[in-house]
Design a protein around this ligand. Structure first.
Ligand code: ADP
Ligand code: MG
Length: 724
């Protein structure tokens, strides 16, 4: 790379120590980092309206000519007020600035400006307070989209824009494009310098769209190359051979209260075959929620233990680990297998005991299995006779956690489980090195969860339906999403991830992707909803659970729900993953339009697990026709793969990639999925992945692609410890 771009940010004029520190807070250290610091949104300043067309309180642009001199008056506590009037063909507007006396000469009589901000109306007078302003002439068009950058203290929009403006001309002249030219032309992608210029300062919607398309392609391409060259699980030999006879296996099967389904039996057979050799198993078990992956995992653990080895099962949350332990430890106990639960919640004394029992030389003293959370990755945990490591809901773990896991267990057999059906194209990149067992059959007697989409007008009937289900002895989940409480300045912004579509000016508000949703306000929503519900139905036992609660509190509430002591559980999506309460028969999702379809599918999988007829009711609070059409898919489709494909094509791959990239990669210098996550056209991703795979197949070390190799290496050396 040209050394200009790898130079520290301080080599820009106007960036000294203070700004360097501020930039560091944004993860920006080099010129290239700043070049890749994309706007998070755009102000739609090209949407110029006559004053008479403006809705009061709405942010928009107006072009006005100054018609009075600026008047400055002093008001209380030394504050100054600067006022003038300006007009267009349709009206007159009074414009006010506070404490900006220096602007006195900025608005000469007769000059025309484009103002952007909120227009208010009092009586028949329009007013604007502290609007953004740019001198306006008929001859030179102003850019329609104004970039809004993520900020930190000490850096304003102005400073960041000015610093980026210094870089762009150099980028246009000197930046080398690491993407092979034949790929660029085959995919009709714009050049990199042009794309970078347009994402920072778009000429128009179409240009921004093309820029995003190019940059999204790059992110996909790099993502695939990175996962293809690093973070792979090597097929090590020297794994313990774990094989048991049919008679021994029959002992396990006899201990189950049911027969395995055909699909489960096939998965177990795959696993047994893998474990019976000294090449470490590297298998992914996928299957829709409720298909019964846990018991297959238990079978694998049984095989390891009966072969004289130990097994570990790691789940992404304490609730889930606890539930697995509650299900499996009694089963293992009945087979004479010693197990323990290890979570962040385990006391130090207990932990020490478990650590010791895991390393005990004498098999009679030794723990055979351990079930837990990420706590299993902590230093103290090691095994006397490691045999098998299983991760549940694998996609919830980040690349670095997975790397730790496979590093710590270099010679153990690895089994991953996931209920998130990942579209094939993504699965190839995310799990390309894993063998896959698909459980495509539900245990017998499972019923379809009837799904309905309703709006707020059904509230009374919904309450009655809750009562009816509880009255019949059932239990109810209500899930509330993150509430987007947009600060004032967010209004009217077009976020970077929004799809402008191919038409200029077209922009539709879709559900914010999960990485944009803040986790703080959602607990308020759940708590408030629970309180309101409890007030409406004082005779029902209502409780709530959210991610901000202490693990022990969460476990307590979930436990009460599992025992049937709580009848209605209001929650955020913390219950999304894996929890099993067969008596629950009604799932209500509030503001369903804010969720990804796959997420809704997961939530729906929480009910219909027992004998009771079960329902899923999606309450739609807005979102327009797109949301309606999206939710309609849920009503008509029960196939997790089809739902996942829909998600991919409507929301982009963020829902699938965020858990992977989110665990470290996203925040790190050069490897951010800023544009790609929300890219709605799945074929772009497919193509990028295909090109990456084709290159890696011929040239796994990228010997013939020095620019690409260098880019990846510089990215990951910047990313530092992310991948190991
Ligand atoms: P998931 O694949 O989502 O992890 P679980 O393993 O939690 O699903 O299984 C869901 C439920 O189905 C559990 O209550 C489990 O006991 C039950 N189950 C699993 N396999 C069978 C089977 N073959 N027959 C009947 N019930 C089963
Ligand atoms: Mg599960």
């Amino acid at each position: 790379m040209n050394t200009y771009f790898s130079a520290p940010i301080t080599s820009l004029s106007g960036v000294g120590e203070a700004r360097k520190k501020a930039y560091a807070r944004l993860g920006i250290y080099t010129i290239k980092d700043l070049l890749y610091h994309f706007p998070r949104a755009f102000e739609n300043r090209g949407d110029i309206r006559p004053l008479s067309d403006v809705q009061p309180g709405e942010k928009c642009a107006v072009v006005l000519t100054v018609s009075t001199e600026c008047r400055v008056s002093r008001i209380k506590r030394g504050m100054t007020l600067l006022k003038f009037r300006a007009f267009d063909d349709s009206g007159v507007c009074e414009i006010t600035f506070f404490n900006q006396e220096f602007l006195r000469s900025a608005f000469p009589l007769g000059a025309t400006f484009r103002f952007y901000g909120k227009v208010e109306k009092t009586g028949n007078r329009f007013t604007m307070t502290a609007p953004a302003y740019e001198p306006y002439t008929e001859t030179k068009a102003l850019p329609p989209l104004f970039s809004v950058y993520p900020l930190t203290e000490g850096l304003s929009q102005k400073i960041i824009s000015a610093n980026i403006a210094q870089i762009l001309p150099v980028a246009a002249a000197k930046l080398e494009d690491p993407l092979p030219e034949d790929i660029r032309t085959a995919e009709s992608l714009v050049t990199l310098p042009w794309a970078l210029k347009q994402i920072h300062c778009p000429d128009d919607y179409q240009s921004l769209h093309e820029a995003k398309r190019r940059l999204a392609f790059d992110e996909f391409f790099r993502f695939a190359l990175a996962l293809g060259t690093m973070g792979k699980t090597p097929r090590t030999t020297g794994a313990p051979v774990c094989a048991v006879s049919e008679e021994t296996m029959a002992e396990f099967l006899a201990a189950l209260p049911y027969e395995l389904t055909g699909a489960q039996a096939r998965a177990v057979a795959d696993i047994r075959k893998d474990m019976a050799t000294d090449t470490a198993m590297s298998r992914m078990m996928v299957g829709d929620v409720g298909c019964g992956k846990t018991v297959c995992a238990a079978a694998a653990m049984f095989v390891a233990v009966r072969s004289g080895r130990q097994a570990a099962l790691m789940a992404p949350t304490g609730i889930l680990a606890t539930q697995h332990a509650a299900d499996l430890l009694p089963l293992f106990d009945s087979l004479g297998i010693k197990g323990a639960l290890l979570t962040g919640h385990t006391t130090l004394a207990q932990k020490k005991k478990i650590y010791a029992a895991l390393t005990a030389e004498d098999p009679r003293e030794r723990l055979d299995v351990v079930i837990g959370t990420q706590a299993l990755l902590s230093e103290g945990v090691s095994f006397a006779a490691p045999g098998l490591v299983i991760t549940d809901e694998q996609h919830r773990f980040g690349v670095n956690q997975r790397a730790t896991l496979s590093e710590k267990n270099a010679h153990a057999h690895l089994l991953c489980m996931s209920a998130t059906p990942i579209p094939r194209s993504l699965a190839l990149v995310l799990y390309g090195d894993l063998d896959v067992s698909r459980i495509d059959e539900m245990p017998p007697g499972r019923q379809r969860v009837d799904t309905f989409v309703v709006d707020e007008s059904y509230r009374a009937r919904l309450d009655a339906f809750i009562r009816k289900n509880v009255g019949e002895g059932g239990q109810v989940y209500v899930v509330c999403p993150a509430v987007e409480e947009k600060p004032d300045e967010e209004e009217g912004l077009i976020p970077l991830w929004a799809d402008f579509g191919r038409e200029a000016g077209y922009y539709e508000q879709v559900a914010a992707p999960p990485w944009e949703q803040s986790s703080e306000p959602d607990m308020k929503a759940a708590v408030q909803f629970a309180q309101e519900l409890a007030a409406r139905m004082p005779d029902l036992r209502v409780a709530y659970v959210h991610g901000k609660m202490k693990t022990s509190e969460k476990d307590q509430v979930m436990g009460d729900f599992a025992k049937g002591e709580v009848q209605v559980l209001v929650s955020t999506t913390v219950i999304e993953v894996g929890v099993n309460v067969p008596n629950a028969c009604l799932m209500i999702v509030e503001n369903a339009e804010r969720f990804g379809l796959s997420q809704l599918h997961q939530l729906r999988g929480r009910v219909g697990r027992g004998q009771r007829k079960s329902y899923c009711i999606l309450v739609r609070a807005g979102g327009g026709d797109t949301a309606k059409a999206r939710l309609e898919v849920m009503r008509t489709t029960y196939d997790g793969y089809r739902i996942a494909e829909q998600d991919l094509s409507q929301r982009g791959p963020g829902d699938f990639l965020a858990p992977v990239s989110g665990a470290g990669i996203r925040q790190s210098g050069g490897f951010r999925l800023q544009v790609a996550e929300g890219w709605p056209d799945a074929s772009l991703m497919d193509h990028a992945f295909n090109h990456a795979r084709a290159i890696l197949a011929e040239d796994p070390e990228l010997e013939n692609y020095p620019e690409l190799k260098e880019e990846l290496e510089s990215t990951f050396s910047m990313a530092g410890d992310i991948l190991n």
